[in-house]
Structure formats: C-alpha cells, structure tokens
Design a protein around this ligand. Structure first.
Ligand code: FAD
Length: 404
C-alpha cells in the first residue's frame, strides 16, 4: 500500500513537472485587451506626434524634449513603475509594445524611452529602498530622465573589468572614474553608476549607486556624434571625488554586477522591441514606395525579385516580433539575448532591403530609407553586442542540455 502511494505520488510529481515544462515552452501570441489598447494608443501618438517630425529631429540631432514630456504626461516614463510612485504598473510586454510603436515613428524617441524605463526606472522600482524611490523614482515618472552608467572607455562587453572606484568613507562613498556612452546624461537628472570597491574581485567587487547628475564632481561630456538614432544623446560622465551617501547604494556592495546584468536582461527586450519598430518602419516604407513606383510598365510590387525581398522582410519582422514578445513574457537571459540577437540582425537586413527597393532614392536623405538603415545598425551594439548575445544563447543551450 505504502509503496503504491509512493509510486502514485512520484508519478504525479513527474506529470506536474512535465506539465510545468510544457507550460514554460508554451508561448501565446495573443495580446490582452489592455495590451491591445496600449498598443493602439501609442500607435496613434506616434502617427500624430513622431512620424511627421522624425526626419527633422534626426537631421538636426535634436533631443525630442517635447515628445518625451508628452509621453511623461501619459505616464510612459514610469510604464512598469508601481502606481504608488506615479507609474502605470504595466507588465514588460506592454512597455515593449510601446517601445516598438514609438521606434516605428522615431527610433531615437523609442530608444530613449526604452533606456529610461528598462535600465533606470525599473531598477529603482524593483530594487530601490522606499527612501531611494522617493528621491530617485517619483519625479522620474513625471518627466525627470534617468540614466545607466556601466560602460567605460576600457570596458564595454567586459563589464566585470570596470575601473571606476568606490572608496568607503564613513557614511559616504567616494567615486572616481570615467563612464562612457551614458544615454541621456546631458538631459538627465540622475544615473545608476556601477563602480568597484576592489578591482581584484572583478564582478564580486561591484556596487550600484544612484547619483544625482548635478552632484559636485560629476562632469558630463559632449554629445557623441553617431550614424543613427541621432536625436538621442550619449556622452562621457566623469566622476571626480564624488561623495555619495551610503543610503544611495542599491542592494549590497558586491551585488552591483548581478543588478546590472538583470537590468540588461530587461534592456535587451527593450532594444529588441526598438529593432522591431525600425524593421516595421522599413517594411512599410518599402511597400509604400514599391506600390507606386512604375518600372517596365508596371508597379515594382509586380516584379518577382521585389516580391521576394518584401516577403523576406516580412518574415524577418514577424520572427523578431515573436521572439521579442516571448522574451517580454518569459523573462530570462537566454530569451532576451536571442530576441536582441535576431531582432538587431533582422533590422539591419530589413533596412538594407528597403534601401535596395528604393534604388537611388534609398540613398537620398530626402527619403526615410537611409535613416532606417542608419538607425537599425546600432541595435546590434548598444544593450550588448550581437556577438555576446549569440554566445549567451549558446551557453544556455548547452547548459540546459547538460552539455557544459
Ligand atoms: C548609442 C549608444 C548608447 C549607449 N548607451 C549606453 C548607456 O546608456 N549606458 C551604458 O552603460 N552603455 C551604453 N552604451 C555602450 C554599449 O553598451 C557598448 O558600446 C557595448 O556594450 C559594447 O561595448 P564596446 O563598445 O566597448 O565594444 P567591445 O566590448 O570592445 O566590443 C567590440 C567588438 O568586439 C567583439 N567582442 C567583444 N567581446 C566579445 C565577446 N565576449 N564575445 C564575442 N565577441 C566579442 C564584438 O565583435 C564587439 O562588437 C551605448 C552605446 C552606444 C553606441
């Protein structure tokens, strides 16, 4: 009898385990009513406020202040932040849908909203103390901009090797070093800074600090001039003897690397969504052009080679979208890395097809194709280079199969 019970319960456990495995493998592409509403409202916002201005913002390299302010008024600067701190309390997929739609109209605005939310606001919301949330979150859902400073001139992908130092001094820490490529630092009010209290400890010596950007000793460099997302800004941030209270440390000293990596898992969902938006824009641009362009007595869409290109583009956009939505729903390193790897690569390829379909006009700055082409390229670099994403996918694939 006892053996039977044992057998039944072992069988039941194994059934439950299999069901759980199946559940985690099952991804539904159906958006909820609420998510569809969010998608539609951001689509309308993009068509009205971003699409008509994107080319000008890009050409002038102007930060989209007004557009970010409008998004803040709608609550999107705290999309996933708890409502008690002024956020909308959305899930990651809803934020990804918003980033995709914004990036379809203006890649720079989509990228800025994505970085502010996934790398800053969500970090403070999920890991900050109540005091930190009062100081570093409440106003950041209303229009203040937050940043994330991990990269350094000598450490990008190799983030465990950062050299910015954090030295304890009673109730304070003294920060010294140089951060690079800090998005929105010129316009921002605060930044999550990663520094080491002992470089020998590598990732185990890293601390995450919240630092107001107007603190004494914080110096912001000039805007980096880059090929795409030109309305967004990034710059160096130099820290010279910056005194930061111990109460501004997020988590425990030594946990900074883990915090950064968890945030990057989220950020990659955002950059993948941003890449999907750019890809969709390039596909729309190509179809609109090909429908109206006459060559050899018929529209370009009647040429098999153009049809093939459009089909290829559509398959790539959909593949990226599905992987991105899955990554936003089942948040784990492998899913985020796979989505970013595929969506970034596809965005570059889709934008390349778009340029080709438009012929000479594809190269002209009077049309959108060349902007999509330039905007697409960075999605394989910021948020973690494609080469590293591919390696992460490989690592987890082998680990899951007991092959490491
Ligand atoms: C527009 C923009 C905005 C950014 N915003 C921010 C921000 O807000 N905050 C922030 O902290 N950083 C930001 N970054 C920095 C960005 O995250 C880094 O540029 C990126 O992580 C790559 O680092 P790196 O440039 O030092 O390149 P490296 O790490 O030097 O890599 C260069 C190349 O070497 C190869 N490589 C390196 N390591 C590996 C590896 N392990 N496996 C395989 N190949 C490898 C790859 O081909 C890679 O492309 C931004 C960058 C840009 C361009």
């Amino acid at each position: 009898m006892a053996t039977n019970v044992l057998r039944t319960s072992t069988k039941t456990i194994s059934l439950i385990q299999n069901a759980k495995k199946l559940l985690t493998r099952t991804f539904t592409t159906k958006l909820t009513e609420k998510q569809l509403e969010i998608q539609q409202s951001v689509r309308d916002f993009t068509n009205e406020h971003l699409k008509p201005k994107a080319a000008k913002l890009d050409q002038e390299g102007k930060y989209p202040f007004k557009e970010i302010k409008k998004l803040a008024d709608l609550g999107f600067m705290g999309a996933c932040v708890d409502t008690e701190y002024g956020g909308l309390g959305y899930d990651y997929l809803s934020l990804a849908l918003a980033v995709e739609e914004l990036s379809r109209g203006c890649a720079s605005t989509g990228m800025l909203l994505s970085i502010h939310n996934f790398l800053y606001a969500n970090l403070v919301n999920e890991k900050g103390t109540p005091e930190q949330k009062e100081l570093f979150l409440r106003n950041f859902t209303k229009g203040c901009i937050g940043c994330f400073a991990l990269s350094e001139p000598e450490a990008g992908s190799d983030a465990a090797n950062i050299k910015t130092t954090a030295t304890r001094d009673g109730d304070y820490w003294i920060l010294n070093g140089k951060k690079s490529w800090v998005t929105s630092a010129i316009e921002g009010s605060a930044v999550a800074v990663f520094a080491t209290f002992d470089p020998e400890l590598k990732h185990k010596g890293i601390v995450c600090f919240l630092v107001p950007l107007d603190f004494e000793g914080v110096f912001r460099g000039k805007k980096e001039q880059i090929m795409g997302v030109r309305a967004a800004t990034s710059c160096n941030v130099t820290l010279e003897e910056v005194r930061v209270p111990n109460s501004y440390v997020v988590g425990q000293p030594g946990e900074g690397f883990k915090i950064a990596m968890e945030q990057l898992d989220q950020a990659r969902i955002g950059i993948a969504a941003h890449a999907v938006g750019i890809s969709q824009a390039a596909l729309d641009t190509a179809i609109n052009y090909a429908k109206h362009r006459i060559a050899f007595g018929k529209s370009l869409t009647r040429l098999p080679s153009v049809q093939d290109r459009l089909t290829e583009m559509s398959v790539m956009v959909e593949t990226s979208r599905l992987l991105t939505y899955r990554a936003a729903t089942e948040v784990k390193t492998k899913n985020s890395a796979m989505a970013k790897y595929v969506a970034g690569r596809n965005a570059a390829a889709v934008a390349d097809h778009c340029v080709q379909i438009m012929g000479g006009k594809g190269l002209s700055t009077s049309y959108d194709a060349e902007r999509h082409y330039r905007d697409a390229r960075g999605t394989q670099i910021y948020g973690g280079v494609s080469d590293v994403q591919k390696r992460l996918v490989g690592h987890f694939l082998l680990k899951e199969n007991g092959a490491l």
